[in-house]
Design a protein around this ligand. Sequence first.
Ligand code: ADP
Length: 253
Amino acid sequence: MASVGIDIGSTATKGVLWKGGCFECYLTPTGWTPGESAAKALAQVRRRGRLPRGEELHVTATGYGRNVFQADRRVTEITCHAAGAHYLAPQASTVLDIGGQDSKVITLSPNGKVTDFLMNDKCAAGTGRFLQNMAVQLGCSLADFGDIPEETPFQLINSMCAVFAESEVIGLLAQGVAKESIRLGLLDSVAQRAANLVSRISDHGDICFTGGCAQNSLLGKLIEKKTGRHVIIPERAQYAGALGAALIGAGRA
Ligand code: ADP
């Protein structure tokens, strides 16, 4: 039987189909009704995965919205992210996930089991939502946010809070500071927060960087610089939680 993992995140709902040792990924925005988004993701998996009508699926739900969705099994996002990240980057002993509204650090045993974790879900600064809001202020897409020429002067962002940082950015724009410099400063502040979180957990091995924000490779480089540790950004990093759920459902993790 094919296994499907549905990760109902605060911003994006991810579906992963695990079948015959391969996986395929689907994504839909979470919106205001997480249960509906999850149902949409599952329908997308069925349709785009070209599964014959009536084919039975084993569905495992994870993520903050997992309790509002009827699934065969529900598993915490820490366990699922660990399983998915271990599959994508088996050499990593730490997982750093930066999603839409939280960030987390998980340490793994050599066989991919969770040994410790820390979560920041109290502060918006340092999350994807913060970068999303700033991208709007700066008239830039998230996909281009980290596209910054190497010689760009760095603009320090002093504010520790997402709300104040937004006002600070508006002030900097009014002073004529280049948008690239501001973007570099914002990414640096997100990287600093991530490095602080990583430093609170005792591990010194490679870091597997997951979550939607891992698509910003410059952010990964800044985190590498600040932690002094090798940062691996796997392809499909945003799908680690859903992949982990699918692997757990298939009895592969
Ligand atoms: P969640 O599980 O909390 O919904 P995700 O791990 O799916 O979060 O990540 C969603 C976040 O990913 C968005 O808030 C957005 O900021 C970020 N994101 C999406 N696309 C990109 C991109 N191309 N580059 C950097 N960040 C991105």
